[in-house]
Design a protein around this ligand. Structure first.
Ligand code: PMP
Length: 426
């Protein structure tokens, strides 16, 4: 892959910070090293000494005095090395990316910890998207992505989807405006990036099938696209076996994958991680060197202590219990929807994630109904237009989340929505 052709001028201009490079070096040096190099504060002056964190199962994770000093100190930009290494092993076990054995220039798999996957996503867009570029994504997309990518002044091209995500033929139809060889001609401005949420899409709840992924990867090869696989609901897939990821089929080194701990360990700790070809992940790390410096070392160490205690098997056991919870929540919401919304709305049962995406019949645009009338009925949902790639288009959809509500709240909430729809259609 010619990675240089994908980089924006801003990203290509980023240079390593010599001080940050030293910090990374120091993190890997033996304890006997005497460093007079860093401008770091002395952690002995910090007020925190140690921490014991009680887990739900009654056991504890300990951050003792010396580990606490590390947790309170500046750290390496790609992430606390022990956590990076644990997460690399996890990716290997879950996805076994073909790029694991590649050389760095060929696009060897690299990983960095980010402050939530949102940080990773926004930095990847900044790395890849110039003003005027064509960027491909589902016609209905995660609003945080739209917020990150719209200000870059690019042209968002919505790719039609159904309950199984992006429709490969629709993607081909869009790309037929270009020839595969246009990829090497900057004047043709052919798309370079395809962004998608492959499991339990936010807001649509849709999940790509393996067949579609294979076809989409093939199209990406034909048109030399980078696939940005934003997969925070990977660990919330209700059915086994879990679908193979784009990362697992990435023979070229053209996939950047964003993972998140937000839905399974905690959203507030802000831990995500990017996995992808080293030449691109290194660019994101350079951006971090100039912005956050690194994700909070304290939360990284807290998470590492937990993951080390659990091991991969324990981590996956925990995920199993999270899945069971959300699966029950989904089933409860579907039962409430059947009870109150039959004939008023249409939906598909999501196979992952935490959202039910409903098309309201006879309401061409749900925006006014939600923004002006839902409050008085005491029920809140997100109008579909908030996720439209083309923000000028109306949407007859609403997004309902089943993550937090009790059965009673879902029942009452959807009953209220039903009466709202009936009034709106009068
Ligand atoms: N991508 C999608 C599709 C999401 O739904 C979210 C969270 N709402 C994110 C990314 C950001 O997650 P994080 O908390 O890891 O930044």
């Amino acid at each position: 892959m010619n990675y240089a052709r994908f980089l924006t001028a801003v990203s290509a201009a980023r240079k390593p910070s010599p001080i940050r490079a030293l910090t990374d070096l120091l993190m890997r040096s033996p304890p006997s090293m005497i460093s007079l190099a860093g401008g770091v504060p002395n952690p002995d002056t910090f007020p925190f000494k140690r921490a014991t964190i009680r887990l739900n199962d009654g056991t504890d994770i300990e951050i003792g005095e010396s580990l606490m000093k590390k947790a309170l100190q500046y750290s390496a930009t790609p992430g606390v090395p022990e956590l990076v290494s644990w997460l690399k092993d996890l990716q290997k076990k879950l996805h076994n990316p073909p790029t694991l054995s590649y050389s760095p220039n060929e696009g060897q798999m690299e990983l960095c910890v980010t402050t939530g996957s949102q940080e990773g996503l926004s930095k990847v867009f900044e790395m890849l998207v110039n003003p005027g570029d064509n960027v491909l994504m589902d016609t209905t997309a995660y609003s945080g992505t739209l917020a990150a990518v719209r200000p870059l002044g690019c042209n968002l091209i919505g790719v039609p989807t159904d309950q199984h995500g992006i429709i490969p033929q629709a993607l081909k139809d869009i790309l037929s405006r270009w020839q595969p060889e246009d990829a090497t001609n900057p004047e043709k401005n052919s798309p370079k990036v395809l962004y998608t949420v492959p499991n339990g899409g936010n807001p649509t709840g849709s999940s790509l099938t393996i067949e579609r992924k294979i076809e989409i990867y093939q199209i990406a090869q034909d048109y030399d696209l980078i696939i940005l696989e934003d997969d925070p609901y990977y660990f919330l897939q209700f059915n086994k076996p879990w679908a193979p990821t784009f990362l697992s089929m990435d023979v070229d080194g053209r996939v950047i994958r964003a993972d998140s701990m937000s839905k399974i360990l905690s959203s507030g700790i802000r831990i995500g991680f990017l996995t992808g070809p080293k030449p691109l992940i290194d660019r994101v790390i350079l951006h971090m060197q100039a912005s956050t410096l690194h994700t909070s070392a304290f939360t990284q160490i807290m998470i590492f202590q937990l993951l080390q205690k659990w091991g991969v098997e324990g981590f996956l056991d925990h995920i199993e219990s999270v899945i069971n919870f959300y699966k029950m929540q989904r089933d409860t919401m579907l039962a409430c929807a059947d009870k109150h919304l039959s004939g008023l709305a249409e939906w598909h049962s999501p196979s992952a994630g935490m959202f039910l995406w409903m098309k309201i019949k006879g309401v061409p645009d749900t925006h006014q109904m939600i923004m002006q009338k839902a409050l008085s009925k005491e029920v809140l949902l997100v109008p579909g237009s908030a996720f439209n790639v083309d923000s000028s288009k109306p949407s007859s959809y609403v997004r309902a989340s089943f993550s937090l509500s009790t059965q009673e709240q879902m029942d009452l909430g959807l009953q209220r929505l039903a009466s709202l729809i009936i009034e709106e259609r009068k």
